[in-house]
Design a protein around this ligand. Structure first.
Ligand code: ZN
Length: 183
């Protein structure tokens, strides 16, 4: 297991955007090792998602995994480990909702972010096969958050205003119990 260094807001990698992966990348052993390291890094940091630019690799790769035992995001529905290469948002609901987000590259902060309640995504998986699926709720939210990283955007850019922006300690103290969980 090798942990990769996570870039924080302010490092140019977070704002740089990312390049499309070339066909055949999945057959490269070094790329498969990178994917393992990306997942290990996400899990070690208790992330529910990570995008390659967050580890200084400007390529269109994301990983997501929501485990109800995750201490940073307890009580959310399980999403199995999913690695997406060249993911594209090909459709979304008209409805949006607002919920809390944090980010491994914006440590110790939380804020409420509006997102579409469902999204339709196409990508290739780590074996190079096409995947095409729709996701709802928190799953859709995590996907939108990670897709944004590929465009050099962070959740702060999506907030309507900063009135809910809070440090994690104060989130747990003042906010967590006062707002309903998403459906
Ligand atoms: Zn993030």
């Amino acid at each position: 297991m090798a942990l990769l260094k996570i870039a924080r807001l302010g490092h140019p990698a977070i704002r740089a955007g990312s390049e499309i992966m070339t066909a055949g990348a999945c057959a490269r052993e070094d790329f498969q090792v990178f994917l393992e390291n990306l997942v290990d890094t996400m899990r070690d940091a208790n992330g529910v998602g990570i995008a390659a630019p967050q580890v200084h690799v400007l390529e269109r790769v994301i990983a997501i995994e929501v485990d109800p035992r995750n201490p940073r995001y307890p009580d959310y529905p399980h999403v199995p480990l999913t690695i997406l290469i060249n993911p594209q948002l090909v459709g979304h609901s008209t409805e949006t909702n607002e919920d809390w987000e944090g980010c491994l590259s914006v440590p110790e902060l939380r804020g409420r972010v509006p997102r579409w309640t469902s999204v339709h995504v196409q990508a290739i998986d780590r074996e190079g096969r096409t995947v095409d699926f729709t996701a709802e709720g928190f799953h859709a939210r995590v996907l939108q958050h990670e897709l944004d990283h590929l465009e050099g955007k962070v959740f702060l850019d999506r907030m309507r205003d900063f009135s809910t922006l809070t440090h994690l300690h104060e989130y747990q103290q003042f906010w967590r119990a006062t707002l309903e969980r998403p459906g």
